[in-house]
Write a new protein. Structure first.
Length: 333
């Protein structure tokens, strides 16, 4: 009897979520909420006086170069989502893929940990099961997360070893463990179906968990070419972000230790990935980490903060504002 009730409850939730995405009135409401959230953030959360003051003494050429790299950044993100949508969701309509991508940027910009991106991307895929859209979005983010966490872990061990003179007896085993974890993740990504089937078998006796696993099981992610290309795109995306960060630090500090700033940037992204944030756009954790990790390189608190906040403005908020125009177009409903 309890099993029937649980299955009925799951069905009701699925119906409500599906109805929310496919119902025209509710879809318009979701778009308005996203638009209102972005506008509220722009009006009440940004201190324009500080932004203008930061720009007055900055290197405009470097900032302009970073804005140019935003195009590459967005392209790499779009290519990851296009690849994911095409191979995992069998979505071939590039206009829908682009709308899904841009909706996700707008919805994720003002939500904690950018969780709104999941719903934003699903809004354009009304013909796809929500769990599939959510699962595909998770996988899209997962590849970049692996790159960020692995690189950040290596960078963190080096940072602790140099800054706090930790013995090699501790650091060497840590490097070995990190290397073994990387090898393990590569093996998993090369043959995801094998590992997924093993997980399914272990949770087979738990009805509620198994029900969710079976639904995700219909998502066709057993594609080696997908894993290879996603890993390459994620690495390129990560390098682009680090280069943007290093250029912004130089733009506000007029110092040019690019390799050091790239190293610090990898640590900032690592901390931002592993520490859950409840702030809008993950603001706060990223800026604090930037100030902390750039201090050993002789970068002032103000320059570090400005570099971090401008990275957010250029890579997240500016594309979200541009995406707002696509979001509110009537013919996209």
């Amino acid at each position: 009897m309890d099993k029937i009730k649980e299955n009925k409850k799951d069905s009701i939730i699925d119906i409500l979520l599906h109805f929310a995405i496919n119902n025209k009135t509710l879809l318009i409401t979701l778009k308005l909420i996203i638009a209102a959230g972005l506008i509220w953030y722009l009006i009440y959360k940004l201190d324009y006086n500080k932004i203008i003051m930061s720009l007055e003494n900055a290197n405009y050429y470097l900032i302009g170069f970073v804005v140019g790299l935003m195009v590459l950044n967005l392209y790499l993100q779009y290519r990851r989502w296009e690849l994911t949508s095409r191979l995992l969701l069998s979505q071939l309509d590039k206009r829908k893929i682009f709308r899904s991508f841009i909706y996700g940027i707008s919805a994720g910009a003002f939500t904690p940990a950018r969780v709104g991106e999941y719903l934003g991307r699903a809004m354009a895929y009304k013909d796809k099961p929500l769990l599939h859209s959510f699962g595909a979005t998770f996988l899209d983010k997962f590849f970049l997360l692996i790159v960020v966490v692995f690189t950040g872990s290596i960078g963190s061990v080096l940072y602790l070893s140099i800054s706090y003179r930790i013995s090699n007896i501790i650091t060497v085993p840590l490097f070995i463990v990190l290397f073994l974890l990387l090898v393990f993740f590569i093996i998993v990504l090369k043959n995801p179906r094998y590992w997924f089937d093993n997980i399914s078998e272990r949770f087979k006796k738990y009805d509620k968990i198994n029900t969710g696993i079976e639904r995700i099981n219909s998502l066709d992610f057993n594609k080696k070419e997908y894993a290879n290309e996603m890993l390459v795109l994620s690495i390129l995306h990560f390098i682009t972000i680090l280069l943007q960060f290093a250029l912004l630090v130089s733009a506000f500090s007029f110092q040019y230790n690019y390799l050091g700033y790239i190293w610090a940037g990898s640590l900032v992204l690592f901390v931002n990935s592993i520490i859950p944030s409840i702030s809008f756009g993950d603001l706060g954790v990223r800026e604090g980490a930037a100030v902390f990790f750039l201090l050993p390189f002789g970068i002032s608190n103000i320059a570090a903060f400005n570099a971090s906040i401008f990275l957010f403005l250029i890579n997240i908020l500016l594309p979200a504002i541009l995406g707002l125009f696509f979001l509110i177009k009537r013919n996209n409903v």
